[in-house]
Ligand binder design. Structure first.
Ligand code: PGA
Length: 267
């Protein structure tokens, strides 16, 4: 795992934007994995700026989101589809027909969504780069603690903590879903490159367990230790639980100078 500690939220978004841009410039038809949540907002706003100043285009890009609530329709403001349109897709040149979420229409069987989503990702050639956050409980996507490390896209019941963490986004009389459809942990492990972003003190504990703890289903993000191409982008606050910090800073400097001398390594 490459651990990159940056000063603040803006620097995390800017660095993630650069890494994503590096991919899109060599592979404009890249398949991106995307995520919702508060952490990603600064990144999406940054990417919109890059699109507006002409330095990035998403015209040929396909995207797959990590997850979607079950029982919330696409036109509901609380759906992840609505979030993606509002914060990102409506402001760039991506073809929305090429943007996918594991959503279930009201009349459909939610158990069939997962296998179809897996096939769609496979048919698109797999995900080149997945952007994601981490839950305060160590979840990735909605793979809550105790999720099978071999799981595929499926229905998950949210934990109390996740429901509480997200309750700030729902008004009192609004329906807050308890179920979601999420890419599985094995689905995530299949992607070629992962950018995991975490900011704020409330992520410090989960980040420490993910990077330096044992690989365990009780901290689903810890399985990323087994992925060969993960960059963890943190602000100072999210990095406070790391014991090995000096080494990460030193390694990042080495990697940057290697990049300067020899360029970027792409498959
Ligand atoms: P957040 O969510 O960005 O809103 O903190 C991250 C996550 O739960 O994965």
């Amino acid at each position: 795992m490459e651990v990159i500690v940056l000063k603040n939220v803006e620097n995390v978004a800017a660095t993630a934007g650069v890494l994503l841009g590096e991919l899109l410039r060599v592979k404009p038809a890249a398949v991106l994995g995307l995520a919702t949540g508060g952490t990603q907002l600064a990144l999406y706003h940054r990417l919109v700026e890059k699109y507006l100043d002409g330095s990035l285009s998403f015209k040929q890009t396909t995207s797959f989101n990590l997850d979607e609530y079950l029982g919330v329709s696409a036109d509901n403001n609380q759906s992840f589809r609505a979030y993606m349109n509002r914060e990102f897709f409506d402001h760039i040149d991506i073809d929305k027909h090429n943007t996918f979420l594991p959503a279930c229409n009201e009349e459909d069987n939610p158990r069939l969504v997962g296998p179809l989503y897996e096939k769609k990702i496979h048919d698109a050639g797999g995900i080149d780069l997945q952007v994601m956050g981490i839950g305060a409980n160590g979840h990735i996507g909605f793979n809550e603690p105790s999720s099978s490390l071999g799981s595929r896209t499926r229905i998950k019941t949210l934990t109390k903590q996740t429901i509480e963490d997200n309750s700030r986004l729902f008004s009192k009389d609004e329906f807050q879903p308890k179920l979601a459809i999420t890419m599985g942990i094995a689905t995530i492990m299949d992607v070629r490159r992962i950018l995991l972003l975490a900011t704020g003190e409330n992520k410090a504990d989960a980040v420490g367990k993910m990077v330096e703890g044992p690989v365990t289903a009780m901290c689903p993000a810890s399985v990323l230790q087994l992925h060969e191409n993960v960059s963890v982008l943190l602000d100072e606050k999210a990095a406070t639980g790391l014991k090995n910090r000096q080494y990460y800073d030193w390694t990042y400097r080495q990697n940057e100078s290697l990049k300067e001398r020899f360029g970027i390594l792409h498959e």
